[in-house]
Design a protein around this ligand. Structure first.
Ligand code: MGD
Ligand code: MGD
Ligand code: SF4
Ligand code: MO
Length: 700
């Protein structure tokens, strides 16, 4: 048995025990017990990782495109030739339009700091367009920081031992970070702690809840305000706590007077008495644990929603009590100095920074998205699959099809993005290289060592970046180091012990004690207080539109008579974004893309389970199979994602319908914030017109 860490983009960042047979091959993968958050649990898709590692479709040699772009016709070439051609393609783009014409594009295939972030060192060293990562956390981070300051909170292990109520707000941990559920299960078993889940559909997590509130997507700010209204009104707010730890409780109380349950019911679609019941339940104990997910922040008003929900434990004073308080993420506890890994000493602020989520606009020459600069003529892609996961996918597809665009992709599989490459390079998996990992659901720092020989000719991201630096003639000490040396450098400059000391069972915990986790000595804001009056100015350029007090910001893609439904493109349990969509077992369990609809909606449209529907908006349309699901509002459609484009008859995935306009205050993709129309695909009897359905929000 050997020790490792799950590298995938998941809050849990599980500590793993991996079986390596006498033949040097990977066997079972299990969760480690030594990490109290992992607690011996991993998700099914990683337990069977050998299926992914030894997948017959894994890329094993460098390749050059030998047919029309996108057809997937490639011929094997040697590494030296491949790297030469990548360097040449990038240099040609530079020669045409300057260095900013090259855009290295990366994200979160592996979360290892060396192999994920090292590409930035090359970007900065060469003066290429910089990358602004917005697709995942820019809305949620801004919302949390505007109130609580920095990102840390109460360890989830306190749930098991002390919580008397657990609220999972806008997250689906049964699918997205399953470990949380074992801590919740203990609280329920040992103390009968109720579980409340706030999610627009009966997700696998909501199925387990004692109370499931299903708001219209993008209305959580209103729900949070009404809950606080009741807490103040019914004497459940802790005035002593607020006087000591918050900025302006009297101002908040006055602001909330008009935010009644009836007001919120009209916006959220949740009956006022259910909002009251939740508020009283929340106010009934100080040991209430609020787990804030990402899902409810993937709307245009997501930052405001996060700030509003994060106010709850500051109103009841739950923060002071063991098992009470909140967790959004522990990321700011680590204090890591990534200067060497990312080449931060080389950053030139004058070089433009391009928004990840706007890759479609950027490739299609949108002046504003290009920040009035030159076109992007070359992409160097590592660790991400934008041809499937990016918003405004139709435009992304058009952009990638540009004949004058040079595309180099470093990948493990023939993904939708890899298929578009001019040069395609095979990448190692986590057990084949060294790296170091932080987490967000817990605070352990963990080392994952190279335990297996790389398959075929696979090379790590770091190796490829170093080789390109040599060819491009750029220098930085980071290009001369091994992965392990970069890890040692990171730890030394961040005042952590060395790699051997971190590489212990379960990882090494970042410093956090009870007082710090519960903010007993004040919040990590400049004033030391939680800010009911959000500080949006420090969170991004578009701060002027943000509500100062917790509120519902009505900037979402509201339904109209033409587009009466709200679409949520939630994560699928057996995939991780688009990763694992290549494994046979995950594909088999997910079946096919489905539009989950309320039974009433199905009846009104004359639809039976398994019949096809077309959904669309101003960006396009696609067909899926309809499936009835209890527990969601009548005009909500949920499509669990992210399927490869080929799973749809139209050859383009669900993100075709999703907008890429940057959400305030600091950009970010509103992945669950889309108004669409829906019509049955006729197979005989005529069905009713979808537009005749009522859309509660359309009346606002
Ligand atoms: N199996 C699996 N695991 C994953 C992923 C995956 O794709 N599949 N993705 C990984 C990544 S990159 C991330 S960032 C995390 C994300 O993990 P989560 O924090 O769970 O966030 P989301 O995946 O965006 O969505 C979670 C839930 O939010 C709900 N939701 C959508 N809109 C709203 C809303 O307006 N209000 C409320 N209250 N809820 C809403 C969705 O219906 C969904 O059930 O998961 C990671 N883990
Ligand atoms: N519809 C919909 N769209 C979404 C979301 C959603 O909930 N719904 N979620 C959004 C979110 S939160 C996120 S974070 C993004 C995530 O989007 P991405 O970061 O693109 O995540 P994946 O789709 O998992 O693609 C990662 C790719 O990296 C590859 N990879 C893994 N490890 C390595 C490595 O070591 N080296 C190299 N070179 N490649 C590697 C994998 O094979 C995989 O193809 O998607 C976003 N898009
Ligand atoms: S739950 Fe998340 S971190 Fe744990 S093994 Fe699965 S994907 Fe990896
Ligand atoms: Mo994410």
């Amino acid at each position: 048995m050997a020790r490792s860490v799950c590298p995938h983009d998941c809050p849990s960042v599980c500590s793993l025990d991996v079986e390596i047979g006498a033949d040097g091959r990977l066997g079972r993968v299990r969760g480690q017990r030594a990490n109290p958050y992992t607690a011996g649990v991993v998700c099914a898709k990683v337990a069977r990782y050998a299926e992914r590692l030894y997948h017959p479709d894994r890329l094993l040699t460098p390749m050059r495109r030998s047919g029309p772009r996108g057809q997937g016709v490639f011929a094997p070439i040697g590494w030296e030739e491949a790297l030469d051609e990548v360097a040449e393609g990038l240099l040609k783009a530079e020669q045409r339009h300057g260095r900013e014409a090259v855009w290295p594009y990366w994200y979160a295939g592996t979360m290892g700091l060396v192999n994920r972030d090292g590409i930035n060192r090359l970007t900065h060293a060469r003066g290429w367009s910089r990358f602004k990562g917005t697709i995942c956390v820019s809305l949620s981070d801004a919302g949390w920081r505007a109130g609580a300051g920095r990102r840390w909170g109460v360890p989830a292990t306190e749930i098991a031992s002390h919580s008397e109520l657990v609220v999972i707000w806008g997250g689906n941990p049964v699918a997205t970070h399953v470990n949380l559920m074992s801590h919740v299960a203990r609280a329920r078993k040992e103390r009968k702690a109720p579980l409340v889940v706030i999610d627009p559909y009966r997700s696998p997590t909501a199925e387990q809840a004692d109370l499931h509130l299903a708001p219209m997507p993008g209305t959580d700010g209103a729900l949070a305000c009404a809950v606080m209204h009741v807490l103040f009104r019914d004497g459940l707010a802790d005035r002593d706590y607020m006087a000591a730890y918050t900025d302006d409780p009297a101002g908040l109380e006055a602001h909330l007077r008009s935010r009644s349950p009836a007001w919120a019911a009209a916006i959220t679609g949740i009956a006022a008495d259910r909002i009251e019941a939740f508020a009283r339940l929340y106010g009934s104990t100080k040991r209430s644990y609020l787990r804030l997910g990402f899902g409810f922040t993937r709307s245009r008003n997501g930052a405001a929603a996060m700030h509003a929900a994060s106010c709850l434990p500051a109103v009841t004073g739950a923060w002071q009590h063991e098992g009470g308080g909140a967790l959004y993420g522990q990321g700011d506890l680590y204090g890591l100095d990534k200067t060497m890994i990312e080449g931060l000493d080389l950053v030139d602020d004058k070089v433009r920074q391009l928004d990840q989520s706007r890759i479609g606009d950027i490739l299609m020459g949108d002046k504003e998205a290009l920040r009035e600069g030159p076109p992007v003529d070359a992409l160097l892609i590592q660790n991400t699959n934008p041809m499937a996961v990016a918003p405004d996918l139709g435009k992304v597809h058009q952009g990638f099809a540009r004949p004058d665009l040079f595309i180099a992709v470093h990948e493990q599989f023939m993904t939708d993005t890899a298929r578009m490459a001019d040069i395609l390079l095979p990448a190692t998996m986590f057990l084949e290289h060294d790296d170091i990992y932080t987490a967000s659901a817990h605070a352990r720092l963990q080392v994952g060592r190279r335990l297996l020989e790389p398959l075929g000719q696979c090379r790590s991201n770091h190796t490829v970046i170093k080789a390109l630096a040599t060819r491009l003639g750029v220098t930085h000490p980071g290009f001369l180091m091994s992965e392990a040396e970069l890890v040692e450098d990171l730890l030394a400059r961040s005042n952590w012990p060395d790699m051997a000391a971190v590489d212990v069972e379960g990882g090494l915990e970042a410093p956090i004690d009870f007082r710090k986790a519960h903010h007993l000595d004040g919040f990590p804001t400049p004033e030391g207080r939680f800010r009911f009056k959000a500080d949006w100015k420090s969170q991004g350029p578009e701060h002027a539109v943000m509500p100062i007090w917790p509120d519902h910001l009505a900037n979402i893609d509201l339904p109209t008579p033409e587009r009466p439904f709200r679409l949520v493109a939630a994560p699928a349990r057996q995939f991780l974004n688009s990763s694992f969509s290549e494994t046979v077992s995950s594909r088999a369990k997910e079946g096919q893309p489905r539009a989950l609809l309320a039974p009433l909606t199905m009846r009104q449209l004359g639809l039976a389970d398994g019949e096809r529907v077309r959904i669309g908006n101003q960006r396009g349309s696609l067909t899926l199979v309809a499936s009835a699901r209890e527990g969601q509002q009548d005009n909500v459609i949920v499509v669990e994602s992210v399927w490869p484009n080929g799973a749809f008859a139209e050859g383009v995935g669900i993100n075709l319908l999703i907008g890429s306009d940057p959400a305030p205050p600091n950009g970010g993709a509103a992945i669950h914030d889309t108004a669409v129309w829906l019509e049955p695909v006729l197979s005989g009897a005529p069905a009713k017109d979808a537009a005749s359905l009522t859309a509660p929000q359309a009346r606002l």
